[in-house]
Design a binder for this molecule. Structure first.
Ligand code: GDP
Ligand code: MG
Length: 200
């Protein structure tokens, strides 16, 4: 037997069900221009490009988290499309597709912050209707580098997230990769937790 065929040569999980690669669907939600695409692209490529266009895309990308492969499917959905003629069931479908949600606002755009509360409610209502107890949602205040133009305080963001039982981060997709990484890893942890509790 070669080492890789010997049953005891590798970690146990390589042969058990845990070996199945984890796949998670993430929906990125937020007003136009808050940096949804910038955050997504930063997470997936570590880069910040500057301009992202306004196309709807689903990115599929393998990421190694804590030594394990995770396939992230990230649906970067332009807000304006959400409010076109589309019927309610399309949004409902996206919500059901997703295992977790990144709700983004810009710290220098109050209007973008004020829609977060309602978005969380819509998502929670749709998921809880199907019996999911704890919906994995991360609220992200982006563009932290533009602090001189800040109109939403960190405290407000934190309190909103606390009151809605969501995780909270303030980041700059433009300036740093690390904070963005924490957002997606934090969400992954929440998704793992929620899968454990719904399976029992
Ligand atoms: P989306 O409409 O939510 O997808 O927003 P985009 O990702 O397209 O970003 C909108 C604009 O904001 C672009 O010009 C980005 O370069 C810019 N942007 C995104 N994130 C940041 C950030 O963290 N800081 C700054 N200063 N600009 C950002
Ligand atoms: Mg975009």
């Amino acid at each position: 037997l070669t080492p890789e065929h010997h049953p005891s040569s590798g970690p146990a999980e390589l042969t058990g069900p845990a070996a199945l690669k984890m796949e998670v669907n993430v929906l990125v939600v937020g007003a136009d221009g808050v940096g949804k695409s910038a955050l997504t692209v930063r997470f997936l490529t570590r880069r910040f490009i500057g301009e992202y266009g306004d196309l709807e895309s689903i990115y599929s990308h393998n990421v190694t988290v804590d030594g394990k492969d995770v396939l992230f499917n990230i649906w970067d959905f332009p807000y304006s499309q959400d409010h076109s003629d589309e019927n309610f069931t399309e949004e409902e479908k996206r919500i059901q597709w997703a295992d977790g949600f990144v709700l983004v606002y810009s710290i220098c755009d109050r209007a973008s912050f004020s829609i977060i509360h309602q978005k969380v409610q819509v998502i929670k209502a749709a998921k809880e209707y199907l019996g999911l107890e704890k919906v994995p949602i991360v609220i992200v205040g982006n563009k932290r580098d533009l602090h001189h133009r800040r109109t939403v305080s960190s405290e407000e963001g934190r309190l909103l997230a606390l009151s809605m039982d969501c995780e909270f981060y303030e980041v700059s997709a433009a300036e740093a990769y690390h904070g963005v990484l924490l957002v997606f890893h934090g969400l992954l942890d929440k998704i793992k937790e929620s899968k454990l509790t719904t399976k029992k």
